[in-house]
Design a binder for this molecule. Structure first.
Ligand code: PLP
Length: 385
């Protein structure tokens, strides 16, 4: 995958599955080859040199990786069984005595997991506010962490961080910068072009986009780095590869990714504007609103829209937030994000007290429904509080 020029635009790459056609059947879509093992000839050479055993690789995973690599403009891409398996692979090369600098207020699953891993492996974990760029860069300079992990836009606080400035600080201190851009997708933001070394996504979310595949992805700027080589070895050894069926579903889902993102962004902006002027709503966090604290950063780092994810605070507390959820008719109450169907979640129920998540916070993932229906459903539930 190295040195492949990223000539086409993301919507063209996605719609054509990076130009794939099936050489055997002439099909314009790939077949599913679910075999876990692959033949050797009478001289004991692999019949297809890339295919030996299903834990190392399979055709569908390779194609999905090529598409994602083109979308990111990276050098190499690895798919994992889930987003968390990608996070686990990312930190796998860290050893006892290393330092990991993690953005505070990022996805709770990541924080909870990394706290445990770092404690077990005697890795020094520093959690710092990445939205305070100067202070965060000072931490990079003074602690010289082996790995820095940030999330932009963050979930559920919906804050952006200044990846170009943070990446400069990382270069100066020999740190590797990884960015979780799940809430942006490669359609809206390409962190490798902003200076990141590795970009991560939970492809379970908008990249697959149909709430029917769990997947995670890492794409790197430099495939020869020692860190990337260790990540590759970890996927083969640790075994958290995506199945052929799931990779095939992902390839299918990604064909419409740019189209879905366009509609989701349009719906999200309309919803955010509607909520901002609603009497039952205290605050709306969406980077597309000019009132958002990171609106200017979003304009610099995102193109084509401001994402599908937002959080808002209803007036009142836990009871009012749960009443709003109870009276929703149409929009589902469920965790996760990035699907064709809009979802709301009362994050405090999930995260509890540990993260400081407000009890009146509702996270909303905008889907591709008609925005009039979405706004009517939200209005009706807000009026029921
Ligand atoms: C969901 C999510 C993850 C974890 O991904 P899974 O596919 O659920 O394992 C990581 N980061 C962010 C920002 C997420 O939203």
């Amino acid at each position: 995958m190295a040195d492949k020029p990223n000539q086409k635009q993301v919507d063209t790459i996605a719609a054509r599955a990076n130009g794939y056609t099936d050489p055997n059947s002439g099909g314009v879509v790939p077949p599913i080859q679910p075999s876990t093992t692959f033949l050797r000839d009478d001289a004991y050479n692999l019949v297809v040199p890339e295919n030996s055993y299903g834990r190392d690789n399979n055709d569908q995973v390779r194609l999905a990786e090529e598409i994602l690599c083109s979308l990111e403009g990276g050098q190499d891409t690895l798919l994992f069984a889930t987003g968390m398996a990608a996070i686990a692979a990312l930190v796998e090369p860290l050893k006892s005595g290393d330092t990991l600098l993690l953005q505070s207020g990022c996805y709770w699953g990541t924080t909870a997991y990394l706290r445990k891993v770092c404690a077990h492996r005697e890795i020094a974990l520093i959690e710092a506010d990445a939205t305070d760029t100067s202070a965060f860069c000072e931490s990079v300079a003074s602690e010289r962490p082996k790995l820095v992990l940030v999330e932009t836009p963050s979930n559920p606080w919906i804050r952006l961080c200044d990846v170009p400035r943070i990446s400069q600080a990382c270069k100066n201190s020999g740190s590797l910068l990884a960015v979780d851009a799940t809430a942006a997708t490669p359609v809206l933001m390409q962190p490798l072009q902003l200076g990141a070394d590795i970009v991560m996504h939970s492809a379970t979310k908008a990249i697959n986009g149909h709430s029917d595949v769990l997947a995670g992805v890492l794409t790197c700027k430099n495939q020869n780095s020692e860190h990337w080589q260790e990540i590759m070895a970890h996927r083969a050894g640790g075994g958290a590869i995506l199945s052929a069926h799931d990779a095939w579903m992902l390839i299918r889902g990604m064909r419409t990714l740019p189209l879905r993102i366009e509609r989701m962004c349009e719906n999200a902006l309309a919803i955010a504007e509607f909520l901002s002027s609603h009497a039952a709503v205290q605050e709306v966090w969406y980077p597309g609103l000019s009132s958002h604290v990171d609106h200017a950063l979003a304009d610099q780092h995102m193109s084509g829209g401001y994402g599908y994810l937002m959080s808002f605070l209803v007036k009142g507390g836990r009871e009012e937030a749960l009443t709003f959820c109870r009276y929703l008719d149409g929009i589902h109450r469920a965790t996760s994000l990035g699907g064709t169907e809009s979802l709301v979640e009362h994050r405090h129920t999930i995260e509890g007290e540990l993260t400081g998540c407000p009890e009146n916070l509702i996270r909303l993932s905008a889907g591709i429904e008609n925005k009039k229906d979405l706004i009517n459903e939200l209005d009706q539930a807000l009026r029921s509080i």
